[in-house]
Write a protein of this length. Sequence first.
Length: 518
Amino acid sequence: MHADVLVIGTGIAGLSYAVRLAKMSPDAKIIMISKRDLLESNTKYAQGGIAVVSNFIKDSYEDHVKDTMEASAYTSNENVVDFVVREGPARVKELIEWGAQFDTKGKKLHLGKEGGHSAERIVHYKDRSGLHIQNALIAKVRSFKNITFFENHSLVDLITDHHIPNSKKGRCYGAYVISKKDEEIVKITAQLTVLSTGGAGQVYVHTTNPTAATGDGLGAAYRAKVHIENLHFVQFHPTALFPKIDGNTFLITEAIRGAGSILRNLRGEAFMQHYDERLDLAPRDIVSRAIHAEMKKHNIRHVYLDATQIDTEKLKQEFPTILTNCLKVGIDISKDYIPVLPAAHYICGGIDVNEQSQSSLAGLYAIGECSHTGLHGANRLASNSLLEALVFAARAAKHSSEVLSKTELTSNFFNKIPNWKGTENVSNQKTERIRKLRVILQQIMSTNVGIIKTGKSLQQAEDELHKVYLSTMKLYQQNKLTPQLTTLRNLVSVAYLMIKQAQKYPKNKGVYFNKDYV
Ligand SMILES: Cc1cc2nc3c(=O)[nH]c(=O)nc-3n(C[C@H](O)[C@H](O)[C@H](O)COP(=O)(O)OP(=O)(O)OC[C@H]3O[C@@H](n4cnc5c(N)ncnc54)[C@H](O)[C@@H]3O)c2cc1C
């Protein structure tokens, strides 16, 4: 298969990129692939919404910039923060024009408040913002004839010079992709390739990310020697529901703390006053470490979030998903405290990109959570990631449209790119062994590379991960490639990079906390 542009991933980043590009370059052939169905993504689960300045009486671009810089402990790139914040309102307006719906108050957008924000500025749809955005974007992309989708197709590797005899152009030419159904590996060549593969929370036992968030784009980029930055800045969300629902960790949005709920220990005592003057609305890294400290101090597996003082009608109106999901595990949040614990939530780093979202490999863009733009630095401000995805996807689409009109790669060149060469051994796919290795990896990372690290714990993680790496490589060399094995290979790469980058980081900043430095 051949496309002008291959987009890998159909969350807010990939979809909004495709819509823009399809509008700007109606003759461009765009292929999109998605590991699961089009809907499944981190975007689908976003509850809070998009941080964007819209009330210019009570809020300002300068305040949003300041809050973002402060949350990141002044490690964000201020120039990037500035243009993202200023371009945000136009991107949200466009999203509404494309069919996304947000809650309103009178004629204006209803604005929520989240930790680290000095003003109410979260544009949202109840507590299901991501689902509504995702559905609107899917409907929009379906309206373009020049966009083709392949669901349940997973990236295996980016095609680079490494795969093409005597090629030294130093660029990306598309990707090898595996289909879930028949496990065939297909070659999709492209003038431009876009990674929009989202997060990697599945490196940990407790994560708010869905099972497909395994850092596949990061793994493939790493193998293609693309620059990757700041993977040691893993944001843990302070309040995920304990226990899991159907094996998944469910997020309790920060907006519910914005609405007045309070963290309490198992004795029912509020404890945030011992940790930060902003109390329950301190930035996530501070709240997560506070909960972690309480859990260690009292040797408990969770703390409580108390939403009982919030008016029941307000809970029903603004937090219907949380209400329903908690009821599934027998918790009525209008009467009961909610058991919560921190869970891996967002990778602040990723594939290093410039202001047009170009990676260090020519012909390859990275957008959304898999990228590192400089917006988040050492810690992401709540609800800045959907904003980042929209702004950088728009910039990348504009740039792609300009580049497409000048590309020189011929169909003759693309025809020379070989098909995937793998092992012929199809007898034993070792699914159970792969599953066990994935669990071991998650335990290694959660025990040693979690909210609080030490030099010793990082070394232990490196040593134990090496064994998982050796087992994975053996499976890779001796068995037919399956989607599960590709995923495991990527998880190992991402975990390795997280450990190595953490070992090199010399101080405590933002979400990075090493006890040895205290
Ligand atoms: C529970 C939860 C709540 C959140 N709440 C908010 C919020 O309120 N506000 C906010 O700003 N941010 C929030 N975030 C973060 C935000 O949702 C994500 O950062 C953002 O949605 C990422 O968008 P994306 O397009 O980069 O990736 P995603 O939406 O994760 O999409 C990734 C896409 O890549 C595909 N993919 C992955 N691997 C492969 C592969 N190997 N081959 C092919 N396709 C692949 C997936 O199938 C998917 O289509 C939340 C995250 C979670 C998990």
